[in-house]
Design a protein around this ligand. Structure first.
Ligand code: FES
Length: 104
């Protein structure tokens, strides 16, 4: 399985994805710039990504806690998600996301 990630500089990366891992963990494992300060507890919103429009309707919908946490994120758009709340499985094979920019 693969996921495709565009970083904050616009560079594209093809990542090997592991079933059961959080998308955030896969991105972090590859050393791409994602803060993910809370380690996946849905408590920081620094794993914010924009989901490619072809994928928006294919991924599992948000739980309330993700929605509440996203309210705290910077520059939220309709396709915003917290990547720690997306758990890799075959239905997400080929997922495309773009990493959000954070103010320092
Ligand atoms: S890593 Fe903190 S909300 Fe996703």
């Amino acid at each position: 399985m693969k996921i495709y990630v565009t970083d904050q500089k616009g560079e594209n990366h093809e990542l090997e994805a592991v079933e059961g891992w959080r998308v955030m963990e896969i991105i972090r494992e590859y050393g791409l710039p994602i803060k993910a300060e809370c380690g996946g507890a849905c408590a920081c919103a620094t794993c914010h990504v924009y989901v490619d429009e072809d994928w928006v309707d294919k991924i599992p919908s948000m739980r309330d806690d993700e929605e509440e946490m996203l309210d705290e994120a910077f520059d939220v758009q309709d396709n915003s998600r917290l990547s720690c709340q997306l758990i890799m499985d075959e239905s997400l094979d080929g997922l495309k996301v773009t990493l959000a920019v954070y103010p320092d």
